[in-house]
Design a protein around this ligand. Structure first.
Ligand code: ADP
Ligand code: MG
Length: 253
């Protein structure tokens, strides 16, 4: 999709967990080529919104379209195959597998049955192609030299980057990152920002849930702010920083 054209559209999304309205009538759009930040205090409904978009949980009501297709009732696998990859708030890696093997696991999306051949019943040719692609993505994120070391040996910051490489193996049009900077040290955050800018410049559209305001403000093109399941504000980092409701709800000033 051409930069600036709508890629993802969330219209009146609602998610009810019993009596709790985790997401209540939230609408926003994401354009191709931008980094959109989704921010808000703990419990605001950010991860729930991610789960609605990625098909982990179905919305109670509302409509979500991706690349012009209604994905509101699609399964997580179907949505992944359409070109949407994600990482999770908590690291989901297999510590006893190598970086390469962990990265290959992201390849099930595009028709490939799964991980390494023995686990995933890949043909030899498919496995070789997936391995090649995984190596390419590890190099892209700066982890190529460690491809054959175990994921469990990595520092947290590198584990987060490895998860991004794994998500990239599916060649996503849209990459969703849930708090990728959580627990990272200052230097690791700076490296993550450089990587995300590079990916954006290479044409990957990014939806980023983040708690760290400094990271978000210096990185994103636009922000959606959630609070108590509702959309509180939307705009450029400067507009959001100057918004009185946001300052009160989120910044506490
Ligand atoms: P955030 O990611 O912004 O911190 P969440 O989306 O994780 O917020 O949570 C929003 C609200 O929904 C919270 O009150 C949380 O406890 C609740 N919630 C999230 N997932 C579930 C679930 N599977 N079942 C019940 N309540 C949930
Ligand atoms: Mg969350």
């Amino acid at each position: 999709p051409a930069p600036g054209t709508p890629l993802l559209s969330v219209q009146h999304a609602v998610k009810q967990f019993g009596g709790l309205r985790a997401v209540g009538d939230v609408s926003f759009e994401l354009n191709a080529g931008e980094i959109l930040g989704l921010i808000g205090p703990n419990g605001a409904g950010k991860s729930t919104m991610f789960n609605l978009i990625t098909g982990v949980n179905p919305a109670t009501s509302g409509q979500i379209t991706f690349m012009g297709q209604d994905i509101s009732r699609r399964s997580a696998g179907q949505i992944h195959r359409l070109g949407l990859s994600r990482t999770f708030q908590h690291v989901h890696l297999l510590p006893d597998l190598t970086l390469l093997e962990n990265t290959m696991m992201g390849g099930y999306a595009r028709g490939k049955a799964g991980i390494v051949r023995s686990l995933l019943h890949l043909e030899r040719g498919e496995e070789a192609a997936l391995q090649h692609e995984a190596l390419r993505q590890l190099e892209r994120v700066g982890l190529g030299a460690q491809a054959f070391t175990l994921a469990g040996n990595l520092a947290l910051g590198q584990q987060r980057v490895l998860e991004i490489a794994r998500a990239l193996v599916a060649d996503p049009t849209l990459l969703l990152l849930d708090e990728p900077a959580a627990g990272l040290r200052y230097g690791e955050k700076a490296e993550l920002i450089i990587l995300l800018r590079k990916l954006r410049d290479e044409g990957v559209t990014v939806l980023l849930v983040e708690h760290d305001m400094d990271l978000v403000m210096g990185l994103v093109d636009r922000l959606v702010v959630m609070n108590y399941g509702e959309k509180l504000a939307e705009g450029s980092p400067q507009q959001v920083r100057d918004n009185a409701d946001v300052r009160e709800a989120y910044l506490g000033v």
